[in-house]
Design a protein around this ligand. Structure first.
Ligand SMILES: NC(=O)c1ccc[n+]([C@@H]2O[C@H](COP(=O)([O-])OP(=O)(O)OC[C@H]3O[C@@H](n4cnc5c(N)ncnc54)[C@H](OP(=O)(O)O)[C@@H]3O)[C@@H](O)[C@H]2O)c1
Length: 237
């Protein structure tokens, strides 16, 4: 299978890339900004003797205008169809609503929402070919309707809610094209991002455990779910 994972330099995405790389039939493209952390991912795969299965691309998704001109041309050097796309990259700024500057709001929405929407759009020709394809958008319980909300996370949560809603809309729009869209609204996972959101809080879920779940869902979930926003959370936060 051909798999693309954004936000693969650390946290959940890092573990996800490593799990997909265990299957020698998979080609994985791992995207993030940090070249050095992506190199660590590659080294981790080399230690597991998985070096041929994973390509890394250092790219800043905030440069949304370059998704079409730089990122996608680089991707299609390595794969001409995409079986699984996991839009996992994200940022979080934790501060009171009234302290947000326009550029911070724009940054959150560019990375957490617009980059994923534009990336999906540019990959549509490669998603429409062949067997059912699965796009898994990684959202948050903060963006899940009716969930408990937390001060400081308003824009982060709103951007995640937008991504969740987009998943529902695209499932309907592309239901005859063999592309399945789902959204996982994650609860807390022990990563750098969780520390920004809830300093000194420890979740009972580690990145590798959540990555196992997302991996299994990405492979099998398209048979049972389409256009669904699924809360993946057993505790709050
Ligand atoms: N951890 C949690 O408790 C939790 C809960 C709910 C939802 N989530 C969601 O799960 C996803 C993964 O989060 P995580 O906890 O693993 O966070 P993390 O450890 O902070 O990792 C975030 C990833 O996104 C990448 N990224 C950020 N900005 C980027 C940009 N402009 N361009 C390209 N890549 C970018 C980062 O790489 P670079 O810095 O190298 O670019 C990194 O690989 C996020 O979407 C997050 O919102 C997490």
């Amino acid at each position: 299978m051909n798999i693309i994972i954004t936000g693969a330099s650390k946290g959940i995405g890092f573990e996800l890339a490593r799990i997909f790389a265990k299957n020698e039939n998979n080609t994985i493209i791992a995207i993030a900004r940090s070249e050095s952390l992506l190199k660590e991912l590659k080294n981790a795969c080399i230690r597991q003797d998985l070096r041929n299965k994973l390509k890394t691309i250092a790219f800043d998704l905030e440069k949304i205008n370059e998704i079409k001109t730089v990122l996608v041309p680089e991707i299609i050097k390595h794969m001409q169809t995409v079986d699984i796309l996991i839009n996992n990259a994200g940022i979080l700024i934790n501060q009171p609503f009234e302290h947000f500057k326009t550029n911070e709001i724009k940054q959150i929405f560019d990375i957490n929402f617009f980059s994923h929407a534009l990336f999906i759009n540019e990959l549509l020709p490669y998603l429409k070919v062949g067997n059912p394809k699965h796009v898994v958008n990684i959202s948050s319980m903060g963006g899940f309707q009716g969930s408990l909300k937390f001060p400081g996370l308003a824009y982060y949560s709103a951007s995640k809610a937008a991504l969740a809603n987009l998943s529902e809309c695209l499932a309907e729009e592309y239901k005859n094209d063999g592309i399945i869209f789902n959204c996982l609204a994650l609860g807390s996972v022990n990563t750098e991002m969780l520390q920004k959101a809830f300093p000194n809080y420890t979740s009972k879920t580690n990145p590798a455990e959540m990555a196992e779940f997302i991996h299994d869902f990405a492979i099998n979930g398209h048979q049972f779910f389409n256009g669904k926003i699924i809360p993946v959370s057993s505790i709050t936060p």
